[in-house]
Write a protein that binds this ligand. Structure first.
Ligand code: CP
Ligand code: NVA
Length: 311
């Protein structure tokens, strides 16, 4: 049986990413109910608004029943190992979603799980966010091929997954961060190898956004990074998305942020609350893209079951 774990966007081929985005735009009634009679484990080691709600609603819309579990309740690698948790829960659930501090945890779960593991955010990746982001940009700007998409701020879990999605879809992704926080050349070349688009580093934010149809950012201090907050905040001061910076982007450029946001820190309030902002549409698309991904995962599974029955 084909089990499709989705730990990052790079787990999808370009045609598969297109298929997920197409499914995300179908009315719920056209998706059937692939989770009918099944439950889904959603484990959260960190707080969440969008991811928890969009995944719970998506599971219900696909006919299933979500079971929310706090990380400290299962005690990942404290009360029991990641491997024991995944193997046990795989006996109860159609898939396991996990929001974890360490990416290695979802990798270890995927190595032993007999049901799909979906990364709901780790220190390295946030594929569910990237799906919603590219869906929102496609709705706003059309085909992303050849379009410049800029990231100004911390090159983190959200940025890494978004860069992968943009390269798969043929876009030009430009990252502007303080040099000491920039992605390495080997990280950039690994993302560049995924598809026809490109990713590159640009030290000057005003250069990075030139001609961009989309300007993205995220918090400077991600969950779990609180101990380095002072040092990082000082380093990122010149990388705030301001109204002045937005004037250097394409005249139709929009502003994107995965939320939660800190107004006056990584973005000026007049930008995130202004007419160029698409952050609410992005957040709403978390539901549609999560549902599209889950529908796709279970389409793959049922196609594989049919194929093996015919063999
Ligand atoms: N963007 C996002 O993942 O939000 P939550 O942390 O609220 O789930
Ligand atoms: N980079 C942020 C994203 C939150 C959705 C974090 O990891 O905290």
């Amino acid at each position: 049986m084909s089990i499709r774990h989705v730990l990052d966007i790079s787990d999808l081929a370009v045609n598969e990413l297109h298929d997920v985005l197409a499914l995300a735009q179908l009315p719920v009634a056209q998706l059937g109910a692939p989770l009918q009679g099944h439950c889904a484990a959603l484990i959260f080691e960190k707080p969440s608004n969008r991811t928890r709600h969009s995944m719970e609603v998506a599971v219900v819309q696909l006919g299933g029943h979500p079971v929310y579990t706090r990380g400290e309740e299962v005690g990942i690698d404290v009360r029991e190992t990641s491997e024991d948790i995944a193997q046990v829960m795989a006996g109860y659930h159609a898939f396991i979603g996990a929001r974890v501090f360490k990416h290695g945890v979802v990798q270890r779960m995927a190595a032993v799980s007999s049901v799909p593991i979906v990364n709901m955010l780790s220190d390295v990746a946030h594929p569910l966010q990237a799906l919603a982001d590219v869906l929102t940009m496609q709705q706003q700007h059309g085909n992303l091929q050849g379009k410049r998409i800029s990231w100004v701020g911390d090159f983190n879990n959200v940025a890494g997954s978004l860069a992968q999605a943009c390269v798969l879809l043929g876009a030009e992704f430009v990252v502007s961060t303080p040099p000491e926080y920039r992605p390495t050349e080997s990280e950039l070349s690994a993302i560049n190898s995924l598809g026809k688009g490109s990713v590159r580093y640009e030290a000057v934010p005003g250069e990075a956004v030139k001609g961009a149809v989309a300007v993205h950012t995220d918090v400077w201090i991600s969950m779990g990074e609180e101990s380095v907050a002072a040092q990082k905040t000082a380093a990122f001061l010149g990388f705030k998305v301001t109204q002045h910076l937005m004037t250097k982007a394409h005249q139709d450029a929009c502003f994107y942020h995965c939320l939660p946001a800190h107004r006056g820190v990584e973005v000026e309030a007049s930008v995130i609350d202004g007419i160029q902002s698409r952050v609410v549409a992005q957040a709403h698309n978390r539901l549609h893209s999560a549902r599209g991904l889950l529908a796709w995962i279970f389409q793959q599974q049922s196609a594989a079951v049919k194929e093996s029955a015919q063999a």
